[in-house]
Each structure stands twice: as structure tokens, then as C-alpha cells.
Design a protein around this ligand. Sequence first.
Ligand code: UD1
Ligand code: CA
Length: 433
Amino acid sequence: MDKNKISIVILAAGKGSRMKSPKAKVLHTVCGKEMLYHIIKSSREISNDITVVVAHQKDAVVKQISSYFDDINFVIQDADNFPGTGGAMKNISVKNEKVLVLNGDMPLLTADALQGFLGCDNGIIMSIFDLQNPDGYGRVIIENNQVQRIVEQKDASAKELSVTTVNAGIYAFSKNILEKYIPLLSNDNAQKEYYLTDVISMARADGLNISPLLVDEERFKGVNSKKDLSDAEEIMQDRIKTSLMESGVIMQLPSTIYIEEGVTFEGECIVENGCRITGNSKIINSHIKAHSVIEDSIVKNSDVGPLAHLRPACVIEDTHIGNFVEIKKSTLKGVKAGHLSYIGDATVDEGTNIGAGVITCNYDGIKKHETIIGKNVFIGSDSQLVAPITIEDDVMIAAGTTVTSGRVESGVLAISRTKLRTIKDFYYKFFNK
Ligand code: UD1
Ligand code: CA
């Protein structure tokens, strides 16, 4: 694939008012990554020259996208004087003769889906699809088998509104067409905006050829509202899980499982129903049981859950994690933590057993502190380990102990209990039985 043939311009400057959100539309996430991230990722597979047009919340958009990619040209739209998708195309300078323009709110696009636009020679290729419900899209007016113009919903007559062929929002132009027509756009329309789509009717009036390319909604869907966002997420979830299952992951009731874009699996893995696995989690030869949540963590040769929660930065290896166990920023190797524990900022070594209800008290109200637990330690149920603390190898901690000493040496039993008292017949007296 020659990535020097076509330049790509992604429009990401709009307010996105239909999202009803304080956050810029293109920064809303689908499967854990911003919409704009997804579209740039696909774009980079076919082009080395990518321009992103920003305006609304431009600093946040540039900052976020620059954390992923360092080769994007950002151009700031003069959105006050030239609002609209046509206004966004002013002052664009690109390297190649052919230019692909993409709306930034199309997270489902794939590089494959863009192949059909690469053959643009002298005219314009524009994407269209037919929808049962064309609501929100620009209607494509075709007469004499030729695309004549695009009418935005807000400008459309009743007759035009009934047209179900719509503009998907992707166009391939030759550079000279953009240079000629963008300066000629007017904002004489319902939204008082400069519409990129008006280039189509102007070029057509000059006898240029407009080639419609029929595309599928599954990859070309535009996201305007939070409902659209959730629809897009569902489609992308389906793609992610299908591809993981094809590469060997077993999933029970996959429709109930949520797995983000950066998650990887190796070896034989089972994910039971209701699990959520996010960030750059890596699951290797492991069994994730029902309704567990794993955030940005590594799980290797282990079983986790049901109903366990691994918060970011855990490394769990050769370990059994049972139900209602929460772990944060901890490394456990060869450990058993079967029930109802909180383990935070800890390192736990081989052969150690963490009893039910054990808690690392890692936070003193101001700072977080570490807990280090050695090999073959037996921690009795309902113990609290007040950090910072180191428990050396071969230690027993009696059930119900609060360990505060900072260091517990090898070989000892640590026990902190008040002596048990029993008061004879108290029960019968108290309840008058
Ligand atoms: C646009 C098309 C419509 C098409 C639809 C497909 C126009 C005028 N209309 O409508 O025909 O059916 O996409 O999804 O182009 N943007 C800017 N600067 C602006 C305004 C928008 O960069 O001043 C960006 C937005 O950030 C967004 C993209 O352009 O990523 C599309 O804008 P949006 O407002 O979503 O256009 P639609 O109304 O969906
Ligand atoms: Ca849109």
C-alpha cells in the first residue's frame, strides 16, 4: 500500500451540540478510545499525510490525540467567521493531489472500507447509503442517474426529506477542486454555515463527474447523539469479540461481555458472562469468571472471580482470586485469595494464602503505603495489615489480627486478640428464656 498517494483531512472542529455534553464530540469514547482516535488509526493505514481540523475545545482535542500519535497536522478552523464543514476546509494545505475528507464522528470506519475512495482521478467520489430512517443525514438528490446536490435536513423540503439515499460524510476530491470551490461556498442556508456538501452541486453545475459510492451503515455510521454513540459501541464490541473468539478465546454469552479495544489474549482463555475487561489488559491462559471487572491489568495462568475486581496496574500470575476480592496496583504470584478481600499497593509472593476478609490498610488519610508479603505466609481471616508493612517468608497471622508493627519476621505467629470471656447464662437472662 502506497501511503503517499492520498492525503486525509478529518473534520473534528464542530460543537457537537446534539451530544448534549460538555465534552467535545470527537473525544467521546467507543470501546475505551476516543472516536477521533479510531478514525485516525484507520486513516494512518492508508495515508502518511493526515490533517485534523479543530476549533471547539481544540486544546483538549490536540492534547488527547497527541498522546497517541505524533505525526498529525492540526489546523485550527476560524469557526466564528466560517462555521460548518465547508468552513473547516479553508486554509487546508495537503501534500498529495488527491484528498479524502472524513467527518470526525465516524468511529466505525476501517481502512478496508476506505479502499473504494482511493481511485479518485479528476472528479469527486462521495459516499452514500440508503436508510429506512434517514433522520439527521444530508439527502442526496439524484436526477438522470447523476448526483446533483446534497440537501441538509434543516434545509430540505418535504419532498426532499422523503429521500432515503443519504450522504455518509466521506468524499474523495482532487486538490484543485477543493482549491476552486471552497472559497466560493456561501452560508445562505438554515444553519448559516458553510457546507462542504455544497461543493457537490457547484462541481456538478460545472459539468464535473460525481461518482456515488454505495457504502454500508455498519462502517460509515455518523455519531451525533449519545444514542448513536451506544449503537456504535455495540457494533464495535461485536467486532472486537468476534475477532477474539476467532483467534481462540472462549466466551460465554458474549453479548453480556464488554472488552475494550486495547485488551489482548494469549493461549487458552475463558471469559464468562457479564465480565468487563478494559484498558491495555493482557489475559494469558486464564479463566475470568462471571461478572468480574479487570482494568488495565495482566492476568497469567490464573483464575479470577466470579465478581472480582482488578483495578489498574495489577499483575496476577499463577494465582487464584475468588469472589468479592478487590485488588489495586498489586503483584500477586502463586497466591490464593479466595474471598472478600481488599489488596492495594501490595506485592505478595508464592505459596501465600490470604484468608477471607483480609484487608491491606494502604491509606492513612493522606498517603498511600505499600504492603510486602513474602512466600508461604498464611494470613488468617479478617486480618488487617496496616501499611507500610513487610511480612517476611513463613509467617502465620492469626485470624482477626491487626498487624501494625511495620515488619513481621520469618517463622513467627502474629496474633493480636483480646482474651475471650464467656459469661454463663447471659443469653437466657437477657432474653428472659
Ligand atoms: C454532515 C453532512 C451531511 C451528512 C452527515 C454524515 C455537511 C454540511 N453535512 O452532517 O450531509 O449526511 O455529515 O454523517 O457536511 N465539523 C467541523 N467544523 C464545523 C462543523 C462540523 O469540523 O464547523 C466537523 C464535526 O466535528 C464532525 C463533522 O464535521 O466531525 C460533521 O459535522 P456534523 O455537525 O456532525 O455534520 P452532520 O450534521 O452530521
Ligand atoms: Ca455527523
